[in-house]
Design a protein around this ligand. Structure first.
Ligand SMILES: Cc1cc2nc3c(=O)[nH]c(=O)nc-3n(C[C@H](O)[C@H](O)[C@H](O)COP(=O)(O)OP(=O)(O)OC[C@H]3O[C@@H](n4cnc5c(N)ncnc54)[C@H](O)[C@@H]3O)c2cc1C
Length: 360
């Protein structure tokens, strides 16, 4: 296992027995199974919310193959998992990617996130699915240097919009909602101009937002432009305008102070590929006895792993997380025998779950 890149050390490392990378359904159930073993977990996710693919890709669509839940949406499944793991009080660290993982001399792992958070952990559970969900970025020559200053891939909250020419890119709810919010700002704090731009005059946003956007354009509070960015101009290190091309191949220049590109999220395996793990076509190879990777103490569960017969289903990930938790308990406490106990009958598990023996 090797390290990738370096980060500024901004805080004392958090000491923990278990770190779960990924707060999708399998990462959340991993917290539950670890909790039953008396192991408290920290959880990191690149998204600013829990749920992985269930929330990002199909929050309001029905799932029919979760045992004993004939039907539930992605959102409902995640809400139920959140409720189920609550007794174990996991610590969530969201909106940050785990970008570095290396083995510590003498056991355990050093882990660092993109926000400079550091962990020293006995075990790691890679529940990273199809990769970290990160914003789609624009590929425009010269744009990179303005990211975070004048080009944003998330809503630039807390920043002053007064007097600015703001170009919002996107076709979804987030882009339309932001353009409308900016167009609504009145008084001294008002943006100078707000333009929404998309490749075509069709949107994925909800009908209500599209209607409001059209009204705002008719009222002159904002404008909509069909087109895409093909270049940019800067003066003394400041982004001043973008070159755009519309659907009829007409080119023009648009003055901009900020570009906010809300183009959706896409999964990216990212740094995991550089951690020296045994991979097969971007998936982590595991043993099916304990879902351990080629590194002792590092387990991979859910969509990120591969083995003979692997099926990328939530129920399979739940099984994997169960066996990984048993294995981790034996790894962390090698002098103890890990007994199988039933949640119906075990006073120890009742205590961990915070329920009374009568189940009320
Ligand atoms: C449209 C659709 C419908 C589906 N329907 C079903 C269904 O009906 N039944 C079923 O069983 N399955 C279904 N699936 C598959 C199911 O969603 C996946 O099997 C499941 O989400 C896998 O869970 P996971 O926790 O392993 O990964 P994910 O849900 O992908 O979550 C992984 C999380 O890890 C985070 N992450 C990754 N790398 C990092 C990093 N370096 N640092 C920080 N965070 C990181 C990601 O941001 C993500 O939130 C469906 C999938 C899709 C796309």
């Amino acid at each position: 296992m090797k390290s990738t890149g370096t980060l500024p050390f901004t805080s004392e490392p958090i000491q923990t027995d278990a770190l779960v990378i990924g707060a999708g359904p399998v990462g959340l159930f991993q917290v539950f199974e670890l909790g039953l073993q008396g192991i408290t977990a920290h959880v990191v996710d690149a998204l600013p919310y829990l749920g992985g693919q269930c929330i990002e890709l199909y929050a309001d669509k029905p799932i029919y193959d979760i045992p004993a839940l004939p039907v539930c949406t992605g959102r409902e499944l995640i809400a139920r998992l959140e409720q189920q793991i609550r007794p174990f009080k996991p610590a969530f660290h969201l909106d940050q990617e785990v970008c570095e993982l290396r083995r510590r001399d003498g056991g355990g792992f050093d882990v660092e996130t993109s926000r400079g958070l550091r962990f020293q952990t006995q075990t790691v559970f890679l529940a990273a699915g199809v990769g970290a969900f990160t914003p789609r970025v624009l590929k425009v020559d010269g744009f990179e240097q303005f990211v975070g200053k004048q080009v944003f891939y998330r809503e630039p909250d807390g920043k002053d919009v007064a007097g600015k020419d703001i170009l919002v890119l996107g076709e979804g709810d987030d882009a339309l909602r932001l353009a409308l919010t900016l167009a609504r700002t009145n008084g001294d704090g008002k943006a100078k101009s707000v333009t929404l731009m998309h490749r075509r005059d069709q949107f994925k946003a909800s009908a209500g937002l599209i209607e409001q956007m059209r009204e705002a354009c008719d009222d002159g509070r904002m404008r909509f432009q069909v087109g895409q960015i093909i270049g940019c101009s800067a003066v003394e290190g400041q982004l001043k305008s973008v070159s755009i091309i519309d659907d009829l191949a007409h080119k023009s220049e648009l003055p901009v102070s900020w570009v906010v590109a809300l183009l959706g999220l896409s999964p990216r395996l990212g740094p995991i590929a550089g951690w020296g793990l045994d991979l097969d076509r971007k998936q982590v190879k595991v043993s099916t006895a304990d879902f351990c990777t080629s590194e002792p103490g590092l387990y991979a569960v859910g969509d990120i792993n591969t083995y003979d017969g692997k099926k990328k289903l939530i129920v399979c990930g739940f099984h994997e997380a169960t066996l990984a938790a048993f294995a981790a308990a034996a790894y962390i406490r090698p002098d103890e025998i890990v007994h199988l106990q039933y949640t119906t009958a075990s006073p120890k598990l009742h205590q961990l779950l915070g329920v009374s023996p009568l189940g009320n």
